[in-house]
Design a protein around this ligand. Sequence first.
Ligand code: ZN
Length: 145
Amino acid sequence: MDLDHLYQDVILDHYKHPEHKGLSLEKDVQVHHVNPSCGDEITLNLSIKDGVITNLTWDGIGCSISMASASMMSGLFFGKDVTEANVALESFMSLMHSKGTQKGDEAVLEDAIAFAGVSKYPARIKCALLGWMAYKDAAVQAQSR
Ligand code: ZN
């Protein structure tokens, strides 16, 4: 499998300069997710106030796809309404399960459409979804408090 073409500039850029990386002291919920098939790990802190994501920080180790995807997710969701974030989350999950048939909605996903090509590689999909699934888990917990 040739992964070279998956490593688009925008992905490498987020990998080298991740957004919202480094855990905040303030948090409502903290979750830790792992992707055993690749060895990626992420810890995510989330605060939701009046339906708005007021804090979303993370830290982790793993491949460039998992780390860049977590960076894009946090950049996209930070400060957003939970309902808006859910729309983007559904859109990204649909894209990652599209087996390369979708290009992604840039208006909703912004930089994260860079992962469209990753959906053709089942082994990498969990890498790309790791941060987003961690957010989903944390959001459910934060909203049930
Ligand atoms: Zn990975």
